[in-house]
Design a protein around this ligand. Sequence first.
Ligand code: AMP
Ligand code: ZN
Length: 115
Amino acid sequence: MPSECLFCRIVAGELPAAQVYADDAVVAIRDIAPQAPTHILLLSRKHIASVREVGAEDRDLIGRMFAAGAELATREGIAAGGYRLVVNTGRNGGQTVDHLHVHLLGGRPMAWPPG
Ligand code: AMP
Ligand code: ZN
């Protein structure tokens, strides 16, 4: 685990976060700067810098991150209305933290195309 990685430190409990879910593969926290009424980040426990570094051995993990997102959308009461799961990747993709995470956004209509 890179000791300087923000999300590794949150997963390890070294930095505070509003945790809403955790299992042996995934930790979910509320985003510190929410962009929608519900804005949750699904973090992999394993340090993976981005989608570019996802390997075949991570297939189960990726499925579990999306399944946790769907479960949390139901718990948050936004599943029926619809929501968005987003994985920003690299500079043009808008990624600012180099640790794999899925944004769960909902509670308002989303525009398309994204900015
Ligand atoms: P991205 O730009 O896709 O890499 O997403 C990083 C997200 O992490 C942004 O939405 C930030 O608001 C969020 N973020 C940064 N620091 C924290 C923190 N300490 N706790 C919770 N969310 C954070
Ligand atoms: Zn990390």
